[in-house]
Design a protein around this ligand. Structure first.
Ligand code: ADP
Ligand code: ZN
Length: 721
């Protein structure tokens, strides 16, 4: 017997299978989708078995070991990987890797194993055991069995390790080992479910009709309109049909809050997100493989969860950019979900208060079924949003908090209400430069200004992670002229503590939440009103449901409008709209204050009026004029090299080559230097291609990709946006 093995060699994309011989005694264990250890040149590496053959013409080496009892890739996954390769033009082995948790990837020598735990149980009856005891401490150990039949060995050891040992030796009790799952959702009380309102019921009924189809639904509901409740109801129906639900949420909104809410209704639940350790992920994955769960909640890569009979796929916060992977394979989870929805004949539900333009455009064209939820369930009305022009504020020496925002904070604090402040910049100050000589700290690898982090007294590059300590004097002219410019969350925290000395203030950003559980702790404490003010980056703007927040302040509302990216309007609208949704989710009408230097900007007006469709029409017009998605598809080709001239020359060559290949209706722009021109001393050029229908383009890109696979000097990166 022979097998075809897809080997994985670090950093090299040898996307080929090699044939190996299987020894007699291994033949029973080898299955398609298992990992095997094989010799490869002088190395020993891992690979996936893709095919089993009876015979082969060529000489073949023998496989060394079969690594899995059960395949890590089932039939669906094996096919899905091939489709993912087509979608992203990435190597097949990279695709399979992306689909598996770390512990199950080939060639990622991780030490993750099943977690085993030792238990004890009585070999004889309780009375006999008790009579056999030769000491008081042995009796104490046996006493533990009054409550439990099977006992954690640790517990007995706590009473007396030596007595436990003797009892095992004398065969009064026996030791058994069994596997335990590392991740446990804290037991929560089951809760009465609330009865759905009219709109929710309509939504559920509509989607229920499509439960055994591959229809796609857009559930467009304002914040607090009860979308999650609709998901829960649908999931219940799906489970009744003995099928499973796959729920995808953006990484930052998978909070304990959300998981608790699901676990109040359902128990057979697995979670997959980056907050888990490799071991926990491994366990959750195997729970799914073993059919022990009905629901998987997870971030992007959970779309590959090996559920066998999916009945519904839900994307919460559908517009979130985190559903697209930034590294290879650069897939969008929705594209993968669409393939799975066809395979399983299950619907996809896309939920959002601010659907992406692509999604809304498809709903308008009736490719997706549009379902609106227009009212907030708690009856609370949408908040009052005001725009504050910061130009006069700066003249009045209120550059951080405008007078209006400061007064409103004071009022909220006096009323014992909570305040959220959003500032989408972490760190202390965004620039440090010398007033004497003009020196500015910059990253030597990426050529951008370094952000100062006061807590560690370090300057940090937010691109490559380069850090240096700040000195007291200017490194250039040695004078004491260093000044801080630009506002980050750390500085805001200092400032707030100064202005509101009695308020309890907490900061949430990537720096304050690096420790495991820190994020949940802050949310929980804020929920329990241990703090009055929560300030933070966009982390605080999503999916959170706070009872006592009456005021939301957004400090640099227009900052993200200035980023040169065709999506910056959309990103800004959705961020601000979501942030507004955090105010006054209960009875009292909330207030939102947006500070800006562009009070006339149309996007901000749309936020102020909370009018999604005004935004949609405005932005669709721009996209149409500029030939951007959803009117055109966009693919970006990055050309990267440590050698500037090499990169520039190859970029021109590539552009020329592609121009000769593509359809006449396709638009090629560039090459130009990329937005972030230098990252980690690597120069970046880019070519953008806008197209509608172009089969030749995809072929040309495949060709291009293979041309550069082995190029040591220049790498290319293809990204279907
Ligand atoms: P969304 O996901 O649209 O932001 P949620 O589903 O989180 O909205 O609902 C907001 C709040 O309203 C939650 O606390 C939820 O428990 C509650 N809720 C949802 N639907 C109902 C309902 N039909 N009756 C009463 N409360 C509801
Ligand atoms: Zn850098």
């Amino acid at each position: 017997m022979y097998v075809e093995v897809l080997v994985e060699i670090q950093n090299k994309q040898v996307d080929k299978t090699f044939t190996y011989k299987v020894k007699e005694e291994q033949q029973e264990n080898v299955k398609i989708g298992c990992r095997v250890l094989v010799p490869f040149g002088k190395m020993i590496i891992e690979g996936y078995v893709l095919n089993i053959l009876k015979e082969t013409e060529r000489d073949a080496k023998e496989i060394i070991e079969v690594l899995d009892e059960e395949p890590v890739l089932n039939e669906e996954m094996l096919t899905l990987g091939k489709e993912l390769k087509e979608l992203t033009l990435c190597s097949l082995s990279a695709c399979y890797s992306a689909m598996l948790p770390k512990a199950l990837k080939a060639s990622h020598k991780s030490k993750v194993n099943k977690k085993l735990e030792s238990y004890l149980k009585l070999c004889v009856s309780f009375e006999t055991a008790y009579q056999c005891c030769k000491s008081a401490s042995q009796k104490d150990v046996i006493h533990l069995f009054e409550q439990e039949n099977v006992l954690l060995k640790k517990k007995a050891n706590l009473v007396s390790a030596s007595a436990t040992k003797t009892l095992i030796k004398n065969k009064i009790i026996e030791e058994i080992t069994s596997e335990v799952y590392r991740y446990q959702i804290k037991n929560t009380n089951q809760e009465e479910k609330c009865s759905l309102n009219e709109e929710q019921t309509k939504a559920v009924n509509e989607i229920e009709k499509g439960l055994n189809t591959s229809n796609i639904y857009l559930l467009h509901g304002v914040t607090g309109s009860g979308k999650t409740e609709v998901y829960l109801e649908l999931i219940e129906q799906v489970i009744k049909q003995e099928k499973q639900a796959l729920v995808l949420v953006p990484e930052i909104s998978i909070t304990t809050q959300l998981i608790k809410r699901f676990s109040k209704r359902f128990t057979r639940l697995a979670c997959l997100h980056s907050g888990l350790s490799d071991g926990e992920r491994f366990d959750e994955w195997r729970k799914i493989l073993r059919n022990e769960v009905d629901i998987v909640i997870g971030a992007r890569s959970a779309v590959f969860a090996p559920l066998k009979n999916i009945g519904i796929i839900i994307f919460d916060e559908e517009h979130s950019e985190s559903f697209k992977q930034e590294n290879n394979p650069k897939y969008h989870a929705l594209d993968v979900a669409k393939i799975r929805s066809k395979t399983h004949q299950c619907p996809i539900v896309l939920g959002s208060a601010t659907p992406s333009l692509e999604t809304m455009a498809r709903a308008m064209k009736k490719r997706y079924t549009y379902i609106p939820l227009t009212k907030r369930v708690a009856g609370g009305s949408l908040p009052l949003v005001s725009l504050v022009d910061m130009e006069p504020e700066i003249k009045m020496h209120h550059p951080i908090l405008s007078r209006e925002l400061e007064c409103s904070i004071i009022e909220a604090l006096n009323n014992n209400e909570q305040v959220l402040l959003l500032l989408n910049r972490r760190g202390y100050s965004t620039t440090i430069s010398c007033s004497n000589c003009g020196y500015t700290y910059r990253c030597p690898y990426c050529d951008i200004t370094l952000t100062y982090h006061k807590s560690s007294n370090q300057l940090r590059c937010h691109y490559c992670g380069y850090t240096i300590y700040k000195s007291d004097i200017c490194p250039e002219c040695k004078e004491e002229g260093l000044n801080y410019y630009g506002l980050g969350t750390e500085k805001l925290e200092d400032y707030l503590e100064e202005v509101f000395p009695t308020a309890k203030i907490v900061r949430m950003d990537r720096d304050s939440t690096t420790k495991k559980g820190a994020y949940d702790q802050i949310i929980e404490d804020f929920q329990n009103h241990k703090y009055d003010i929560l300030l933070g980056t966009q982390m605080i703007s999503k999916g959170l449901d706070f009872d006592h927040v009456s005021l939301v302040g957004i400090l640099n509302a227009d900052q993200s409008l200035n980023i040169p990216d065709y999506r910056s309007n959309e990103r800004t609208f959705s961020l601000l709209y979501q942030a507004c949704g955090r105010a006054g989710r209960r009875k009292k009408r909330g207030q939102v204050i947006l500070q800006t230097f562009n009070p006339e900007h149309y996007i901000l007006k749309c936020v102020q009026n909370e009018n999604y469709f005004d935004f949609y029409k405005y932005e669709m017009n721009i996209r149409k004029t500029l030939k951007y998605p959803p009117f055109f598809y966009l693919v970006t080709i990055l050309i990267k090299s440590k050698d500037y001239h090499e990169a520039s020359q190859e970029a021109s060559k590539i552009a020329k080559y592609l121009k000769s290949q593509i359809d006449s209706s396709t638009i090629l722009l560039g090459p130009t230097t990329a937005n972030q021109f230098m990252i980690n001393k690597v120069y970046h050029f880019e070519i953008n291609i806008k197209y509608r229908f172009d089969d030749k383009l995809k072929e040309a890109l495949k060709e291009l990709d293979s041309m550069y696979l082995m190029n040591k000097k220049v790498a290319i990166d293809i990204d279907f946006q």
